[in-house]
Design a binder for this molecule. Structure first.
Ligand code: SD4
Length: 317
């Protein structure tokens, strides 16, 4: 009996090994794929695609895509047009990750920087560090010529916010993060994330978005994932890393995003009331998204199409 069971185990293990030796499954897509959060991600996706078509690098495409959302931040989302913190000033977070080189850079709580994604890329490429915050991040960005404005220029906005519009609680309404993931035509992967964070957050609060493994994670062998929503509910569980790990186990990106929401909801005292959303793509060119307790529109560009796709909240287990 014992030896029969053992031989079954050996047989099963050999099948697994054979499967592994067969190599990675074939790509389902010839051209590039760009996936990003929220409907505003469409403009970013288009810019990123334009960059790839023009022969620019994967990282250029990530940066140019996200810069487009930062540039359009007049809608109160991402960049200096985003909602101010409790002191009345926007403090921005961003990161960028490159699959092939496994390099990454990030800035947190930075003020007066027009394109924090570019600052993050400078940290990656021009420093020996990965993550700079606050004044130091601003100084470094200015040293490298990243576009900035004097913080006093935001005083009028600050006064209006403090006098009339500052919410008593942290303002969770509206959406203020772009996570953008790219798989190029050769299957290389990169991503970036940029946000003004939650309106009315305490000065110095850094959310999930610039934290590698939380707001963004890229693994050249597997795929990439990004997050949006309440950062505190993502960063306590390394949400994006978890999505990528589920894909590594063989899950489709859609299933990996859903399983991540279920896992976090099963551990967190709030259950599914988390306001978290994930996007993901894999090495083969497949993608997916999931949200805990809301409808989640996200943007996808591939094969000459650029669309916004709606995903319903997961069905709680
Ligand atoms: C944060 N995750 O700073 C960001 C905010 C966000 O949609 O994504 N809102 O917590």
């Amino acid at each position: 009996m014992m030896s029969l069971n053992l031989s079954r185990v050996v047989l099963f293990a050999s099948f697994l090994l054979l499967g592994a030796c067969a190599g990675a499954p074939a790509a389902v897509l010839d051209g590039p794929l760009v996936v990003s959060t929220w409907p505003f991600g469409r403009h970013a996706n288009d810019k990123a695609m334009e960059a790839l078509t023009a022969g620019k690098s994967l990282l250029d495409a990530v940066e140019l895509g996200i810069r487009e959302t930062e540039r359009r931040s007049s809608d109160g989302s991402v960049g200096l047009g985003g909602r101010p913190n409790a002191a009345g000033y926007p403090q921005l977070d961003a990161c960028i990750m490159d699959g092939p080189s496994r390099d990454a850079g990030a800035v947190g709580g930075v003020e007066g920087i027009v394109h924090p994604i570019s600052a993050a890329r400078h940290v990656m490429e021009k420093s020996q560090h990965v993550f700079l915050v606050g004044e130091g991040a601003r100084w470094f960005a200015l040293e490298h010529g990243v576009e900035s404005i004097p913080i006093e220029d935001l005083k009028a906005k600050k006064d209006a916010w403090v006098d009339g519009h500052r919410p008593k609680d942290v303002d969770r309404n509206g959406h203020d993060t772009i996570a953008l993931l790219i798989r190029d035509k050769d299957g290389h992967i990169a991503g970036g994330c940029s946000t003004s964070g939650a309106g009315g957050k305490l000065p110095g609060r850094v959310g999930d978005s610039p934290i590698l493994g939380s707001g963004l994670y890229v693994d050249e062998e597997v795929g990439a994932a990004g997050a949006t929503g309440i950062g505190e509910n993502v960063m306590r569980y390394c949400g994006s890393f978890l999505v990528v790990e589920f894909m590594r186990q063989g899950m489709h990106p859609q299933k990996a995003c859903e399983e991540t929401v279920h896992r976090i909801a099963s551990l967190d005292p709030r259950g599914y009331k988390l306001d978290i959303c994930f996007i993901a793509l894999d090495k083969m060119g497949r993608y997916g998204a999931a949200a805990s307790n809301q409808r989640f529109p996200f943007a996808v560009a591939s094969n000459g199409r650029s669309v916004v796709v709606n995903v319903a909240q997961v069905v709680p287990r």
